[in-house]
Design a protein around this ligand. Structure first.
Ligand SMILES: CC(C)(COP(=O)(O)OP(=O)(O)OC[C@H]1O[C@@H](n2cnc3c(N)ncnc32)[C@H](O)[C@@H]1OP(=O)(O)O)[C@@H](O)C(=O)NCCC(=O)NCCS
Length: 165
């Protein structure tokens, strides 16, 4: 297994992983599956340098097992030193510590960038994600109660914050 920046050749696999969680879970608040064109724009917004990174874990024999990303937290300029991070594994590769390997690589990459805080919004409940973020030094920044509706249910989102410098 190796971790490397995403390339356009990963688009299909990245879209398939994300859409699994769109269709089957409230983990993301997208409700309709994203298209390859949507994801192409997203991938293009994550170059190999800078604050906004997209790293994939690739199996030795090929195949994308998951990804971690940092993106804009909010669009107004003073927020540019804050990023929102996320990590998604293929559903048959969870529970083996791969999320931590991806996050380690992501935060190592961000260490030399002008990023002051990272934020993660986690739909509740999601014990593995809460544990992973806590292990990486994220601390509670607030709970938004019933902030989203999906599958005819309102969901809480816990926001977590990590200091990077
Ligand atoms: C969240 C995710 C990235 C975590 O990565 P992972 O490689 O599966 O996580 P790990 O195997 O390292 O487990 C993380 C922690 O959760 C714990 N955990 C895992 N499943 C658990 C469960 N069902 N109940 C309780 N604890 C659990 C592990 O013991 C570990 O705890 P530790 O850090 O104290 O050892 C991965 O599960 C995933 O992609 N989930 C679906 C998408 C998602 O939720 N993304 C995050 C969006 S905010």
């Amino acid at each position: 297994m190796r971790i490397r920046p995403a390339t356009p050749a990963d688009l299909g696999a990245l879209t398939e992983i994300y859409n699994h969680y769109v269709v089957h879970t409230p983990i993301t608040f997208d409700i309709k599956p994203v298209t390859l064109d949507d994801r192409r724009a997203w991938l293009d917004a994550h170059p190999a340098t800078g604050r906004y990174r997209l790293l994939v874990a690739e199996a030795t024999e090929g195949g994308v097992l998951g990804y971690a990303s940092s993106g804009p937290f909010k669009s107004k300029q003073a927020y540019e030193t804050s990023v929102e991070t996320s990590v998604y594994l293929a559903p048959d590769h969870t529970g083996r510590g791969l999320g931590a390997l991806l996050y380690r690589a992501l935060f190592d990459a961000l260490a030399t960038e002008d990023v002051h805080r990272a934020y993660a919004g986690i739909t509740q409940p999601n014990v593995p994600s809460m544990r992973l973020h806590e292990r990486f030094g994220f601390t509670p920044a607030g709970l938004l109660e019933q902030v989203g509706r999906k599958f005819d249910t309102f969901w809480d989102v816990a926001w977590l914050e990590k200091r990077l410098d």
